[in-house]
Design a protein. Structure first.
Length: 363
C-alpha cells in the first residue's frame, strides 16, 4: 500500500499531459459559456490553494469548500465596492449577464456592516456564516458548470460525483496548477476583465476604460500605506534590502515573493524598501541571502506581524507564506529564473535553495 501511495505521489504528468491540461484550460476560457464571473474566480481560487496546500507531485488534492469560499470573498471584496469613473456616479460592477451575482450581493450586505475585510473577519459568527453561504453557491454553480464545454462535461480537473463534501482535484491536476499558475492567473484575469467590460450592464461606463484591471485586482493603496506605517517601525526605519535609513527617502511596500508570481497579499510577504531597491528588484525573486533574512524576520516577529497586519484585512499565516515561497523558488530553479542580488546585480538562482526547499528549511 505504501508503495502504491509513493507511486501515485511521484507520478508527475508527462510533458504531453501537461500540454493537454493547458489546452483544456484554454478551451474553457475561449469556448466555455459564461453567464457570470464565477468560473474565473474558481480557477484562480483552486490554483492559489494548490500552491498554498499542495506539493509538486502527481497526487490528488482535497480542497475544502470553505477555503475556496474564502478565496472568493478575497477576490470579490474590492470588486463589490462602488466604482467611480470620470463624471459618472459611483456604481457596482455587474458580474453577471442577468441580475447581480449572488456572491456580490452577499458581500455588499456585509460591507454595510463592516468597513473592511479585517473587521468582518473579527466577527467570527458573521464571517463563518458568509463563508458557508458563498461555499454553497460555489458548489451549486461554478463547480457544476466549469468543466462543461459545448454541452458536454469534460472532467479533467475534478470528478463532480466525488466532490460533494470537498473538491477533490484529480491526480496530476495539483501539479499542473502549480506549474502553470502564472499563465492561468493571467488568462483568467484578462477574460474576467473582458467579461465585465463587455457586459451590456457595464458597457456605458466601462467602454474604453484603461485601468479596470487595477480596480479589480490590484491591492488597495490605502491598505498598503497602513502596512508601511507598521513596517517602518518593525524595520527600525531601514530598507529591508540595503539597510539604508528611510527617514529622508521615498519608500514602498514590496511583495517579497513578487506579485507577478503570486498575485495575492499575505501579511508575512510584505517588506519595506526604498524606492531605488524597490525599482531594481522589480518582479525578480531575491537572492538566497535575502530569502534567509526574510524567513528569519518572519519567525522572529511572527506574532507581531500576525497581530498588526491581520487587523488591516490581510491573511497572516506564516506557514502559508513560506509554502508559497517554497513553491516560487522551486519554479525559479526549474525554469532558470534570474534572482536579484541587490543593486543592479542578478544571477541564475542557486541550486542550494532547492536543497533547502527539499529539507523544508523554508517552511
Amino acid at each position: 500500500m505504501w508503495q502504491d501511495d509513493r507511486l501515485i505521489e511521484n507520478n508527475k504528468p508527462t510533458p504531453n499531459e501537461q500540454l493537454k491540461f493547458l489546452k483544456h484550460i484554454q478551451q474553457i476560457l475561449q469556448s466555455g459559456t459564461f453567464t457570470s464571473t464565477y468560473k474565473f474566480a474558481l480557477l484562480i481560487s483552486i490554483t492559489r490553494l494548490a500552491i498554498e496546500q499542495g506539493q509538486d507531485t502527481g497526487a490528488a488534492l482535497h480542497l475544502e469548500y470553505q477555503d475556496i469560499a474564502e478565496k472568493f470573498i478575497d477576490l470579490y471584496w474590492k470588486q463589490s465596492l462602488p466604482f467611480q469613473f470620470n463624471q459618472y456616479e459611483p456604481f457596482t460592477i455587474h458580474q453577471s449577464t442577468g441580475k447581480q451575482a449572488k456572491i456580490i450581493s452577499e458581500i455588499q450586505n456585509a460591507q454595510q456592516q463592516f468597513k473592511t475585510l479585517a473587521a468582518l473577519r473579527k466577527d467570527v459568527l458573521y464571517w463563518n456564516r458568509l463563508k458557508r453561504t458563498v461555499a454553497t453557491t460555489v458548489k451549486q454553480m461554478p463547480v457544476v458548470y466549469l468543466q462543461n464545454l459545448n454541452g458536454q462535461t469534460v472532467e479533467f480537473l475534478y470528478c463532480l460525483e466525488d466532490s460533494k463534501q470537498s473538491l477533490k482535484l484529480l491526480p496530476k491536476v495539483m501539479y499542473c496548477l502549480r506549474q502553470f499558475s502564472e499563465i492561468i492567473e493571467e488568462l483568467c484575469q484578462k477574460r474576467w476583465i473582458d467579461f465585465v467590460r463587455l457586459n451590456k450592464q457595464n458597457l456605458v461606463v466601462l467602454d474604453g476604460l484603461p485601468d479596470l484591471d487595477e480596480f479589480m485586482f490590484a491591492p488597495s493603496r490605502n491598505q498598503l500605506g497602513q502596512v508601511a506605517d507598521f513596517l517602518i517601525d518593525l524595520q527600525q526605519c531601514q530598507c529591508f534590502y540595503c539597510g539604508k535609513s528611510l527617514k529622508n527617502s521615498k519608500y514602498a511596500v514590496d511583495h517579497f515573493i513578487p506579485w507577478s508570481l503570486y498575485p495575492a497579499d499575505t501579511g508575512h510577504n510584505f517588506v519595506l524598501a526604498d524606492d531605488k531597491c524597490n525599482s531594481q528588484k522589480s518582479n525578480y525573486l531575491a537572492s538566497e541571502q535575502f530569502l534567509d533574512q526574510w524567513r528569519e524576520r518572519n519567525h522572529l516577529h511572527d506574532r507581531l506581524i500576525t497581530q498588526e497586519i491581520s487587523q488591516l484585512g490581510f491573511l497572516t499565516d506564516l506557514q502559508r507564506s513560506h509554502r508559497v515561497a517554497n513553491w516560487a523558488y522551486k519554479q525559479a530553479i526549474e525554469n532558470e529564473y534570474l534572482v536579484w542580488l541587490g543593486g543592479s546585480e542578478k544571477k541564475l538562482v542557486s541550486k542550494l535553495i532547492e536543497i533547502r526547499c527539499e529539507n523544508k528549511v523554508i517552511i
